[in-house]
Structure formats: structure tokens, C-alpha cells
Design a protein around this ligand. Structure first.
Ligand SMILES: Nc1nc2c(c(=O)[nH]1)NC1C(S)=C(S)[C@@H](COP(=O)(O)OP(=O)(O)OC[C@H]3O[C@@H](n4cnc5c(=O)[nH]c(N)nc54)[C@H](O)[C@@H]3O)O[C@H]1N2
Ligand SMILES: Nc1nc2c(c(=O)[nH]1)N[C@H]1C(S)=C(S)[C@@H](COP(=O)(O)OP(=O)(O)OC[C@H]3O[C@@H](n4cnc5c(=O)[nH]c(N)nc54)[C@H](O)[C@@H]3O)O[C@H]1N2
Ligand code: SF4
Ligand SMILES: [Mo]
Length: 683
């Protein structure tokens, strides 16, 4: 092959990652030859990219053309879960899916069909697009997409109406950076250079995380709190500021409602009480409070680690309240950064305007329970796309038992043969973002970009748009001539932006479009809360109504004598949730602090059993002195192959819900660890 056959395509990464890199792809004979960041200074590229991308996407060729890639539709021939399939044609597969859905609807009603999707593609044209046309017109049950970000979004929406926060590029202006419940070194790597630049200039860094992460090692102060106690820490800072005269009363009077309610909620949280609950020293908490008030500008990056527990919603709310109480807004580099996905003020939401009439609502965090002991219309058909529920949802053993139901019609539509796909009746091969058109709004920056198809679809893979509309046609839900194209949906998505005066022409020119307030707005200068009265609401009535134990109410640690260790499951640099995990060779170890291992007579490299009342995982043990004692760690997103008995951390995660938003409580898993008797391994 000669070099002249290589063409170059500009595109953007719509994976579930906050950074949304602008990419350049070299294509040879329709296949991926090379993928990398657009070089620094390339006109129109998302400035956050800064000329580099993560290793996962640089090696995405292994995912595109690896042995797990699905290339044809498949029909199950073995028992459920056994993973024996035969290839079938697309026509047969689509007929079978449509007939199956019709048959379930005739016998049990359309709400017995549950579409299940989450973060596989964050593109605006691969979810809430043609899928919404199909499932809403069909009358399927409605999925609450709560596995991630639900409690944070509820808090952010209620306090600030999701007002945009501080851009990555403004971190180098800050004198203090607080990284709270986030690990940008793995999960949003483009924030790291700005933090490094600020540190070089003499800025202070505080990290709040039960692990001594890479950034925590560089921090001036690392608060290795007990998981799930962030609410106590944030409220203690708030109380201290009010008591010590450090609260910015003028800013609060001008811009916030609910100040007295917040002050009252914080009142019980003295530094001593919070330190006790968080497992920190009083001096550490006081030092944090002092530096947080003294340094200006101060910026706080709130991640998702603090939300994945029973107190996650109010923890995020109290953290987001800190810059308001301290008066940190109004200067470049001052305030907070949270998800930017709602920062477009409703101008960029969905491609379709289809009423959702479903009465049956299913919280995805309870999938196992809903499949086995339903709280409404029983589910008889499950359509999985953009998700890998067996690997990613809580209470894995229940999910697996649910998927194993012989009477459940399961369709799995994915690019690779996931663990979930093994339980399918019909498997449909999907294209990846390098093979189809999409539109992507970043959730860490304020860039909207077009995702251009770069390489040929591998095998017979097809994109979500085409497949959902093909099924809809077979079910008589879309009539010929009324079938929208991808470009139709794209223009519907951007229409409200155009109407609001935003120039969207850049999308067609490989450029990015930014939100109405600009790419790097200064909060309280360029942008303001999007609440009904444009003020911060520190005591939102809707949150009070939803709260299980009152506004900013704290629920204690669920640990017991039998299960004393808190299991956390943070992100791996090598995966995006469960995506790309098939490329991790060998098994993955559970890590413990050396003291916790020694107390149990466990050794590094030994086979252990991690267990609680929900399930058990058999795997290898690793020692990690950077872990807070009392905390065990087994990363999220693993596949069955990564442990000896096929269970992952999700088998130990309860399907209880967060205080706000119905979110997942992954980090409320409490476990015990013991040596695995020699014969207990294997499955
Ligand atoms: N133990 C534990 N588990 C967790 C968490 C935790 O903290 N602890 N956190 C979780 C978090 S943060 C999240 S966001 C969830 C993610 O949960 P999921 O969304 O279930 O996980 P992903 O790995 O993102 O799965 C996406 C799947 O979609 C497929 N896909 C990608 N693009 C397309 C497409 O265009 N079409 C179709 N049809 N399929 C496509 C991918 O190949 C992949 O298999 O997992 C949660 N799971
Ligand atoms: N490489 C990579 N990048 C990703 C992902 C991935 O899987 N891999 N996932 C993407 C997705 S879906 C999401 S939602 C984001 C998540 O982005 P982040 O929230 O940055 O996710 P993590 O890297 O898991 O970092 C969370 C940190 O919180 C800590 N933590 C755990 N429990 C607590 C707690 O109770 N309190 C506090 N303060 N900290 C706690 C963990 O030790 C961990 O270091 O990242 C996205 N980016
Ligand atoms: S996963 Fe994140 S860091 Fe990697 S290319 Fe995509 S946007 Fe960039
Ligand atoms: Mo997530």
C-alpha cells in the first residue's frame, strides 16, 4: 500500500470522558491507520485537547479490529449465558427483534419492553434520538438513567440551575485548587497541565480523596477522608466560615437564597465532630478551612467520587455551596467546576420531540430487582444498547440472575461481545464513533463538536440511528418518507442554538461551537445561576422534599462488624467505564492498605475472597500504602475474565439509592476480605 492512499479525517471523541478531544484520524483503505490529537493551534479544535490524547483512544484500533468485535448479527443457540450463537442476516435479526417486541406488547403491554442504555456513546445522535422515536412511539417503559451523575445533577440543578463553572484553561489563574472526589490523572487528563502550571507558579493544591492519588502526592494538603463523609466535611467548613466571620455575607445577600437554612443545617458540624466522622484530624480540617478562605482566586473541581453513596446528593450540594459562602466567585479562576452537560441552558438537549407517555418507570440501578421482583409491570423484553449492565450496574449477581431468565427476550446491541451480550437472544453489531456521524457536547468543557465518520464500518456493523429506525419501520411506527436522516436530527439538535443567535456554521468546518456565555466564562460576571430568580438557592424546596433525612441530612456509615471495610471502585486509566476492558490482559487485584492486610493475615499476590451479604469476588490481593486504612479498592468497569470467579466489584455494591436523584451507591459497599481456601477458586 502506498502512502498516497492515506486520507486524514478530523473528528472528536464522544466517549464518556469530560474532555472531548479534537482528533485527527489517518485512514488507509477504509481502515484506521493512526489516531491522535489535533496538533496544538489547529483552528477550530477544542482548546482543552492541547495536542495530546489518552492511551486508550490512541490504541483504539485494538478495540475496532480485535477478536471481541461483533461483525454480524447473531442468534442464540445455546442456553442463556452460555454464549453460543449463530450468525444471521440483518433482515432476519431485525424481523426477529420487531416480532419479539410486538409479541411481548400483545401479551403483556408495551411497557413490558425496557430499553436500557447509558454512557457508551455520549453523542447526541446515538441516544435520545432514533431510539427515542422507536421506544416512545412503541410505548416502552421509561428508564431512569441514574447510574452516574444523578445526585450531582440534582444538586447542581437545584442550587445553580447548572450555571457553567470555571474552564480548565482558567485553573492556571488560581491561587488555590481543590480537587474533590475526582482523579483527573485518569478520568479527565486535560485538567492536569493547568494544575501543574498553577503549582509551578506557587498555587496551593488540596485533594479530598480516600486514596493518595497522583495529584494528592503533589498536594499541600491531602484529606484522606472516610468514603461517604464529604457532607460532614463541607458542612464543617461552612459552619466555620459563618462562626469565624469568614463568610462573604455581602455576596450571599446579593446572590443567594436559603442562607439561613444552610447555616442551620451546618450548625451541628463543628470541626471536631466532622473530623471524627471523616476520620481526619481537627488540625487538618481547620487547615483546609483556613486556606480555602485565605487564597484567592480559589477553584474547586468536584468530581463524582463523593456522589456514589447514601449522602452523595447533599454532599455535592454542600461542596457546591462552598465558593458562594466563601465569596470566591466573580474573578477569573474563582468558583467551581462541575459537569458542563447542563451548561447550555436547555438549548442543546435532544434531537427528537417525542412525548414519553410511559407510566412504568424503571431506575436502572435496580435492574436486577426489577427483572426478578418487579415493582410494576413485569419486564419481558430488555433492549440493551450503549451500556454493559452486567459489568456496570449494582448488585451484579441479581442482574445476572435476571438476565438468565429464560422467558426474558434480551437484545444486546453493541460493538463488542460484552459480558452482557452473552445473555442475549439476539446480538446486533454496532458501529463505533469512528464509523458513524454524531454530534457531541462535552461535559468537562463548553465545546460542541461534530463526530465525523472516519473509517468504514467493520464487518456488517450498523449505527444506532439506522437500526432503531429499521425496527420502528417494521413496527409501523415510522412511515416511509417520514424517516428522518441523521442530518435531519443534527439540524433539529442545533436549531434552538441557532435561534438563540449562536453561529453553528463551525460544525461543518471541523470546528467547535461554544455555549452562549463563551468557552471560559467567569461565573457571576459572564454567567449567572439559571434558577427562576437568577440567584443561588442554598435550600431548594425540591431537594428538601426529596431528602430522606432533611435538608443536608447525613446518614451514617453502613459498615458493620461483619463487613467493616469500605469498598471503592474508581476509574482505571485504561478503560472508559467497562469500555476497552477486554483489552486488559490477566486478572486485576483487589488492593488493601498493608495494615488491613496484615491484620487479616493476607499477603500480596495471595488469592483472596472479598465478600458481603450480596456476593463475593475471588481475586488476587495487592497492597497499596496510598489507600486509607479501612478502604478496599477494586476498580470499576472490569469484565468477568478479570477475577477468578467472574464477579467484579459490582457484585458487592448494594442497589440502595442516593439521597437525591435516585443515584447508585457503589461506594456504600461494605466488605470483609479473607484468604481464599485453595480449592474455592474457579467457576
Ligand atoms: N462498581 C462500580 N461500577 C460502576 C461505577 C462505579 O463507580 N463503581 N460507576 C459507573 C459509571 S461512572 C458509569 S458512567 C457507568 C457506565 O455504565 P455503562 O454505560 O453500562 O458502561 P460503558 O462501559 O460505558 O458501556 C457502554 C457500552 O456501549 C457500547 N457502545 C459504545 N458506542 C455505542 C454505539 O454507538 N452504539 C451502541 N449500540 N453501543 C455502543 C460500548 O461498546 C460499551 O460496551 O458504570 C458505572 N459502574
Ligand atoms: N480513564 C477513564 N476516564 C474516565 C472514566 C473511566 O472509567 N476511565 N469514566 C468517566 C466517567 S463515566 C466518569 S463519571 C468520570 C468520573 O470522574 P472522576 O470522578 O474523576 O472518577 P474517578 O477517577 O473514579 O475518581 C473519583 C475519585 O474519588 C475517590 N473517592 C471514592 N469515594 C470517595 C468519597 O466518598 N469521597 C471522596 N471525596 N472521594 C471519593 C476515588 O478514590 C477516586 O480517586 O470519569 C470519566 N472518565
Ligand atoms: S477518552 Fe477522553 S482523553 Fe481520551 S481521547 Fe476521548 S476525550 Fe480525549
Ligand atoms: Mo460516569
Amino acid at each position: 500500500m502506498s502512502d498516497t492512499s492515506v486520507r486524514t479525517v478530523r473528528t472528536a471523541c464522544p466517549l464518556d470522558c469530560p474532555d472531548s478531544c479534537s482528533l485527527v484520524v489517518d485512514v488507509a483503505e477504509g481502515k484506521l491507520a493512526r489516531i491522535d490529537a489535533v496538533p496544538v493551534g489547529t483552528p477550530g479544535s477544542n482548546p482543552a485537547t492541547q495536542g495530546f490524547i489518552c492511551g486508550k483512544v490512541r490504541r483504539i484500533g485494538q478495540h475496532l479490529y480485535g477478536p471481541e468485535r461483533l461483525t454480524t448479527p447473531l442468534r442464540r443457540v445455546g442456553a442463556k449465558g452460555e454464549g453460543r450463537f449463530e450468525p444471521i442476516s440483518w433482515n432476519t435479526a431485525l424481523d426477529l427483534v420487531a416480532e419479539g417486541m410486538r409479541a411481548v406488547a400483545q401479551t403483556h403491554g408495551p411497557e413490558a419492553v425496557l430499553p436500557l442504555c447509558y454512557g457508551g456513546s455520549n453523542g447526541l445522535l446515538t441516544q435520545d434520538a432514533a431510539d427515542a422515536i422507536l421506544f416512545r412511539r412503541f410505548g416502552a417503559a421509561r428508564l431512569l438513567r441514574t447510574v452516574c451523575a444523578a445526585p450531582s445533577s440534582a444538586a447542581y440543578q437545584a442550587l445553580y440551575g447548572r450555571m457553567p463553572g470555571v474552564a480548565y484553561s482558567d485553573y492556571d489563574q488560581a491561587q488555590l485548587i481543590v480537587i474533590w472526589g475526582a482523579n483527573p490523572k485518569a478520568s479527565g487528563i486535560h485538567l492536569v497541565p493547568a494544575i501543574d502550571a498553577a503549582l509551578e507558579r506557587g498555587a496551593h493544591l488540596v485533594v479530598v480523596d480516600p486514596r493518595r492519588t497522583g495529584l494528592a502526592k503533589k498536594a499541600h494538603l491531602h484529606l484522606a477522608l472516610r468514603p461517604g463523609t464529604d457532607l460532614c466535611l463541607a458542612l464543617a467548613l461552612i459552619r466555620w466560615m459563618f462562626h469565624e466571620g469568614r463568610a462573604d455575607e455581602r455576596f450571599l445577600a446579593a446572590h443567594a437564597n436559603g442562607v439561613d437554612e444552610l447555616r442551620a443545617a451546618a450548625e451541628p458540624w463543628t470541626l471536631e465532630r466532622a473530623a471524627g466522622e471523616c476520620g481526619l484530624s481537627v488540625d487538618q480540617v481547620r487547615a483546609f478551612a483556613e486556606v480555602y478562605c485565605a487564597a484567592r482566586p480559589a477553584v474547586l473541581r468536584v468530581g463524582w467520587g463523593q456522589e456514589r453513596n447514601r449522602n452523595g446528593g447533599f454532599a455535592t450540594a454542600a461542596i457546591l455551596a462552598l465558593p458562594a459562602v466563601a465569596g470566591h466567585f466573580g474573578v477569573r479562576g474563582g468558583g467551581f467546576t462541575a459537569s458542563t452537560s447542563g451548561a447550555w441552558g436547555g438549548l442543546l438537549d435532544t434531537a427528537v420531540d417525542e412525548p414519553d407517555r410511559a407510566q412504568r418507570v424503571v431506575n436502572m440501578n435496580r435492574l436486577g430487582r426489577e427483572l426478578l421482583e418487579p415493582e410494576g409491570t413485569p419486564i419481558h423484553a430488555l433492549f440493551v444498547y450503549n451500556a454493559n449492565p452486567l459489568a456496570t450496574l449494582p448488585d451484579q449477581e441479581r442482574v445476572r440472575r435476571g438476565l438468565a431468565r429464560e422467558d426474558l427476550l434480551t437484545i444486546v446491541f453493541d460493538a463488542v461481545a460484552t459480558d452482557t451480550a452473552r445473555f442475549a437472544d439476539i446480538v446486533l453489531p454496532a458501529t463505533t464513533f469512528l464509523e458513524h456521524l454524531d454530534l457531541h457536547k462535552s461535559y468537562g468543557t463548553l465545546a460542541l463538536q461534530r463526530v465525523n465518520p472516519a473509517v468504514d464500518a467493520h464487518g456488517e456493523a450498523r449505527c444506532n440511528h439506522e437500526v432503531f429506525l429499521d425496527i420502528a419501520e417494521r413496527l409501523g411506527l415510522v412511515t416511509e418518507g417520514k424517516r428522518p436522516s441523521l442530518l435531519d436530527l443534527e439540524s433539529r439538535v442545533v436549531a434552538p442554538l441557532r435561534k438563540a443567535g449562536v453561529d453553528t456554521a463551525a460544525l461543518e468546518l471541523d470546528g467547535y461551537v461554544t455555549a452562549p456565555g463563551g468557552y471560559a466564562p467567569i461565573p457571576f460576571v459572564d454567567v449567572f445561576p439559571r434558577t427562576p430568580d437568577d440567584r443561588i438557592d442554598l435550600a431548594p424546596a425540591q431537594l428538601a422534599a426529596e431528602a430522606p433525612v432533611g435538608l443536608y441530612g447525613y446518614r451514617p456509615d453502613p459498615a458493620s462488624e461483619a463487613f467493616p471495610l469500605a469498598l471503592i471502585s474508581p476509574a482505571l486509566a485504561r478503560t472508559t467505564s467497562s469500555t476497552f476492558a477486554q483489552l486488559i490482559e490477566g486478572q486485576v487485584a483487589l488492593t488493601l492498605h498493608p495494615d488491613d492486610a496484615a491484620a487479616r493475615g493476607l499477603e500480596a499476590g495471595g488469592a483472596v475472597r472479598v465478600f458481603n451479604e450480596l456476593g463475593e469476588v475471588h481475586c488476587e490481593l495487592g497492597l497499596d500504602p496510598d489507600l486509607r486504612p479501612g478502604v478496599a479498592c477494586l476498580p470499576k468497569g472490569l469484565w468477568e475474565r478479570h477475577t477468578t470467579n467472574g464477579n467484579t466489584s459490582n457484585a458487592l455494591c448494594p442497589d440502595t439509592l442516593t439521597d437525591l436523584g435516585g443515584g447508585a451507591c457503589f461506594n456504600d459497599a461494605r466488605v470483609q476480605v479473607e484468604n481464599l481456601p485453595a480449592r474455592a477458586g474457579g467457576k
